[in-house]
Design a protein around this ligand. Structure first.
Ligand code: NAI
Length: 441
């Protein structure tokens, strides 16, 4: 569905009118395309305090491999990376202000500000205080920076383990991810791909709910990245599913994910050497306020959105269906993080997904070499949201720092980053793809 307000706000009279009337001024985002797969321009690399990411294999080397021109000064950077890993007290925290204050204005439209922080040190309350301060800083800057620019905080100790994440954030693929705090470290093995343009070459992926919407976009992104995809959806969607699988050179598996033998049927349909990427995307809503919610509305949503995610993850992990180095990416929702009237069932199921991810992640990494993460979409332009009444839909679109809804491809690109073989150190994360929605944390 077209966002007419966004198109209008991008015209000269639209810009004039929206400014005069004090209305939101969303900027059309620069997204990935085969013709323009990466950003071009300069990356401003700044440091506050004494960095812990130095050395020949450190941050400078990783940034140098992004293809951007890394500079210590730049008039018009497409991205700023501020290394604040060495911020340990209130005095060095002032260097964050001193570094970014003069340059934020010059970052180009749809550009990036990435702040690198250190893990909080429980034994040093000064360090923990100022490192936590970076979260408030980043979330506030995300809300005020505007012009399609995003702001993210990464917590890390090893720049190499963060390479796939830095490449993702420093590319048009992360257009709708802003105001997020992402932790990198521990987890599973980090494997640099032979070809960064085809990171999933030789790997296989299964996407549930792949006949349309976000699932279709996820399957397409994973296929673009080189994966052989198995597309799963309900038998009632078999025609659309066949079309998607055929277009992507994958295979279709018409199966209701809630059926008791779903795990066994998935295992039977997988390549003999197992699966590398499992994406739990299938999901439904059956909205009613709790007082009007029949038990069936509760159980159907919990069954598709949570119980089947638990069952199929368990079935695949226990039967060795996911290979060492595998990835599980589940789909939560900001409704699960913030709560939403009329969605006690849906929000419970999606909060449950976040709980599953956090608890299973360390164990799956230790026992199977598999990472477990979730994407939490905000307002995404799909058939589901097109059916929302106009006023609520408009509010959903504008109530985020980027002033517009996301596209299925935004969730798909985030999933592809989590599925990447070099993302092994990203584990147990719930990453919101919401343009920094005002709902929730
Ligand atoms: P959609 O309704 O367009 O697509 C969902 C797909 O899952 C459909 O093809 C459907 O047939 C399939 N599916 C449903 N039940 C199934 C079952 N029992 N077995 C197999 N497949 C089944 O939904 P959309 O918008 O693409 O959402 C995808 C995921 O993203 C869902 O988990 C949803 O909760 C989540 N999400 C979507 C948001 C949005 O704004 N569209 C926001 C937050 C989360």
């Amino acid at each position: 569905m077209t966002d007419r307000y966004l198109s209008f706000a991008g015209t000269a009279p639209g810009r004039f009118l929206t400014r005069r009337l004090g209305l939101p001024q969303p900027t059309a985002l620069h997204r990935w395309s085969a013709e323009h797969p990466s950003f071009e321009g300069e990356l401003l690399h700044l440091t506050a305090g004494k960095s812990s990411l130095q050395g020949p294999d450190g941050l400078a080397a990783v940034l140098g491999r992004t293809g951007l021109g890394v500079r210590a000064e730049s008039e018009r950077p497409i991205a700023v990376v501020l290394d604040a890993t060495g911020v340990t007290d209130v005095d060095t925290l002032a260097e964050v202000h001193a570094s970014l204050h003069p340059v934020v204005r010059s970052v180009t439209d749809s550009g990036r500000v990435i702040v690198l922080g250190a893990p909080l040190d429980a034994a040093d309350h000064h360090q923990a205080a100022v490192q936590q301060a970076l979260e408030g800083f980043v979330r506030s800057l995300g809300k005020e920076i505007g012009r399609g620019r995003t702001v993210t905080l990464l917590r890390l100790t090893d720049a190499n383990a963060a390479e796939s994440t830095l490449r993702f954030l420093l590319s048009p693929k992360s257009a709708y991810v802003s105001g997020q705090v992402i932790g990198i470290g521990g987890g599973a093995e980090v494997t640099a791909p032979e070809d960064w343009a085809l990171p999933l070459a030789g790997r296989s992926a299964l996407v549930t709910g792949a006949a349309r919407g976000i699932g279709e976009a996820v399957a397409a992104a994973l296929a673009r990245d080189g994966a052989r995809v198995v597309c799963l959806d309900v038998p009632g969607a078999a025609a659309e599913l066949d079309a998607v699988a055929g277009r992507l050179g994958g295979t279709a598996l018409a199966l209701d994910i809630t059926s008791p033998d779903a795990g066994a049927r998935i295992l039977a349909a997988l390549p003999s050497d197992g699966l590398d990427v499992l994406v739990h995307n299938a999901g439904i809503t059956r909205d009613r306020r709790l007082v009007n919610m029949a038990a069936e509305r509760w159980s159907s949503v919990l069954d598709v959105n949570l119980a089947s995610v638990l069952r199929t993850s368990d079935a695949l992990l226990s039967a060795g269906g996911l290979r060492h180095g595998g990835r599980i990416v589940a789909t939560a929702s900001i409704a699960g993080l913030a709560g939403n009237a009329g969605q006690t069932n849906y929000a419970a199921s999606k909060a449950g997904v976040a709980g599953l991810v956090r608890a299973l992640a360390p164990r799956a990494a230790a026992e199977h070499g598999v990472t477990v993460n979730a994407v939490a979409p905000g307002f995404i332009e799909t058939k589901m949201t097109a059916a929302v009444p106009l006023f609520i839909r408009e509010a959903g679109r504008r109530m985020n720092s980027l002033g517009q809804g996301g596209l299925p491809v935004d969730v798909a690109e985030t999933t592809a980053w989590l599925a990447h073989p070099a993302s092994g150190a990203v584990n147990g994360q719930v990453v919101r793809v919401c343009g920094q929605s005002l709902l929730g944390a």
